[in-house]
Design a protein around this ligand. Sequence first.
Ligand SMILES: [Zn+2]
Length: 296
Amino acid sequence: MDLEQIKQILERISLPHYTKFIAERNGKTCDSCRCYHEKVFRKDDPRRPTLPIHPNCRCKYQDIPITLRSAELQKEKQHAAAVFTSRHRLSENLAEELAEQIIIARMENRKLESEDLFLLFNGRYLLSSDGELLLDAVAGQPVDKKINIERISSNLQREVDTITFDYSYKRQGIENVGGLPHGLYTMDRKESGSIVNFNIKKHITGMPSWGNFHWRLHPDDATDMRGRKKDSFTVHGGTEPASGGCIDLTGQDMDFKKYLCSITKATLCVYVRYCSEKVIFTKQQLVPIDAIFPAY
Ligand SMILES: [Zn+2]
């Protein structure tokens, strides 16, 4: 055994271990087990669901073997995390967390294994697997909204909106309410449209503005649409963080358009994998006090 082989073995020993949740799927499988089916977790992640989920639960974990591919994935993770910190100024913890979600997506979905570049929507951000893209994004109708007002100076105050989204498995199945269902979608970067026609609908339904552009999301055949309309989801902008289930870029649709112009790939995979059931989105805005309380 030469030095290079020994180095490779040592490298593999120190790699983190991952495991895949396998739910026994039949007519009786409950939502609390079904929602984890084929999800990948790091073995040392304290948030990983513990088995059994309920009495008589027949779900199991299937360990993912450590191979040369595992080492490649860890390198990809390090690269993405470095881009998140340098380009988007994220904290090291958050950068690491998002980069981990990217490689977990690759382990969860076979079709992503060979993609050089894909997008991930986690309920809080839309990001690219190389870390270059990072935009605020949410999906579905919020469950709670609070506005806190902090006075900063005699004529300036800050409005902090905390908006809570519920991405539970159950809610993903509710038409016009929940975020789009977990799974794989594809998007043609040139298949964008302006929102003019949608805006007419908006005025009738009172839905918040859908921004300037939208890009259609095509669900993969293997994606369980949970009974929701297959052709109803897009990526779009908007003034208020809320949607009927689409990925809402909360006003950054122009940034997304710029990003799409900067890449050469025509069809992008968009993987939807919610990072947690509840996500709190905060929106901060500095407002001159006079603008809100005009002096009479
Ligand atoms: Zn179970």
